[in-house]
Design a binder for this molecule. Structure first.
Ligand code: LMR
Length: 327
């Protein structure tokens, strides 16, 4: 009897040990946007590449549309080990570092090419380590695009935005940017934006063509000003603990898959900045306003003083490096 019991215990221990070895590492990738966006496509590509190359060893689960975590919770959840990869916009790291506020300075970058040049420079790559002290690792940047202003009223000059309520991401620079035009900024999660616009609890918001299109903001916003006043890009992040616990060979394969998925996401971003804008124009739901050079100059003049306010926190050298990437 005793022998039989021992054998059973030994057997179950062996089964458990065997099961532990065979169990794949699960990477939960949580994001807030739709699947037909640069980030959505990038996450799905990453899942696909990992399934192809690390079958049985690593499994990626993608949770789009804030299904698992909204953007205000995902980094906390990551530190608790409840999610392994996310790609919040660079505007959502305010509580973790002040350096990334750089990307929110209005009219800093002329276009996504300039953003890309800066991100790939030494200074840009160094910023991937800005959240290291908080237990997070930046694995790379991912593009979405330049931001546009959508509103219930036509916005041609800064005075048109006076007293209007705009949803913003959780960034003090973005708050200052809207305060500079005497508007009222409200920090709200992405998942709430459509309803806030639809119920007219807010008057407008700023976002990229692909987010405005995929989340149907254009159906509840009669005007979109093509302002290209700022950038909405992402940092792909994981926790240091999770990352360093991965076996070396797995870590390098996962990183390779991520890099390839990011390259695909960047291509999607470029395509969608043109195609989704066109879809919105073709829908006739929203009028796209093109600014004259003189009108645009007014926005620049009123918003650019925001830089001064954050110069000390961000660092003048970093601002100069980013600005010089326009050339
Ligand atoms: C937003 O909150 O507007 C964006 O950061 C959403 C996203 O992830 O693109």
């Amino acid at each position: 009897m005793r022998i039989r019991l021992l054998t059973a215990a030994a057997l179950s221990a062996m089964v458990m040990a065997g099961a532990a070895v065979a169990e794949p590492i699960v990477i939960k990738f949580s994001h807030v946007v739709a699947e037909n966006t640069p980030k959505g496509q990038m996450a799905n590509k990453f899942k696909e590449l990992v399934a192809e190359r690390l079958a049985g060893k690593v499994e990626v689960e993608v949770y789009p549309n804030s299904q698992l975590f909204g953007d205000n919770k995902v980094l906390e959840a990551m530190l608790l080990g409840d999610v392994q990869i996310a790609a919040p916009s660079l505007s959502k790291f305010d509580r973790y570092t002040k350096s990334l506020q750089l990307f929110d300075l209005p009219f800093l970058f002329n276009d996504i090419d300039a953003v890309d040049r800066f991100q790939q420079s030494d200074a840009g790559q160094e910023l991937l380590g800005a959240i290291k002290k908080k237990g997070l690792v930046g694995l790379g940047y991912l593009h979405n695009g330049m931001k546009q202003l959508s509103s219930s009223q036509p916005l041609r000059v800064p005075a048109d935005a006076k007293d209007l309520k705009f949803r913003i991401m959780t960034s003090d620079v973005l708050a200052a940017q809207f305060e500079a035009v005497d508007a009222m900024p409200l920090k709200k999660p992405f998942s709430e934006v459509f309803t806030l616009l639809q119920t007219k609890a807010i008057d407008g918001q700023e976002n990229t063509w692909s987010n405005i299109y995929s989340k149907k903001f254009y159906e509840v916003q009669p005007y979109i000003t093509e302002s290209n006043h700022g950038v909405l890009d992402y940092m792909v992040v994981t926790s240091t603990e999770f990352w360093m616990d991965l076996p070396d060979d797995i870590r390098s394969e996962v990183k390779k898959a991520l890099d390839e998925a990011i390259a695909l996401g960047n291509k999607v971003a470029l395509d969608k900045s043109v195609a989704d804008k066109q879809q919105i124009i073709d829908s006739n739901r929203s009028e796209v306003i093109n600014l004259t050079a003189a009108e645009r100059a007014q926005w620049v003049e009123v918003m650019k003083p925001v830089w001064k306010k954050f110069e000390e926190e961000i660092g003048q050298e970093l601002i100069d490096a980013a600005y010089n990437s326009n050339n």
